[in-house]
Design a binder for this molecule. Sequence first.
Ligand SMILES: [Zn+2]
Length: 108
Amino acid sequence: MDTAKYQKLLNDKKEDLIKRVENIQNDKTRKEGPLDPDFEEQANMLQNNEVIDHLDEIERKELEDVVYALNRIENNTFGICAECGNQISEKRLDALPTTTICLNCLDQ
Ligand SMILES: [Zn+2]
C-alpha cells in the first residue's frame, strides 16, 4: 500500500493540531489573568475556560491518534486492523487515516 500520501496527510494534520493546541494554550493564559471584581464576569470567564479545557482535550486526543498513526507508518503496521490483522480498506483510511480497526471489526 502507498503510505506516503497518508504520511503527508497525517503530518499536515499534526502541524495543524499543534498550532491549534498552542493557540488554545495562549488563549487560556490570557483568560486566567488577574481576577475581575465583577462576579458575573468571573462566572463567564470560568465557563469559557471549561469549554476551552474540553476543546483542548479533544485536540490533544486527536493529536495523539495522529502521532500513533505516523508511528504505525514507520513500523509498517499502518492500515492493519488491530483486531483481526486484516488490511483496512483504503476507502476507510482515506476517510479516517487514524483508524486502527477495519469496518468488519467495527460492526461487531
Ligand atoms: Zn478487523
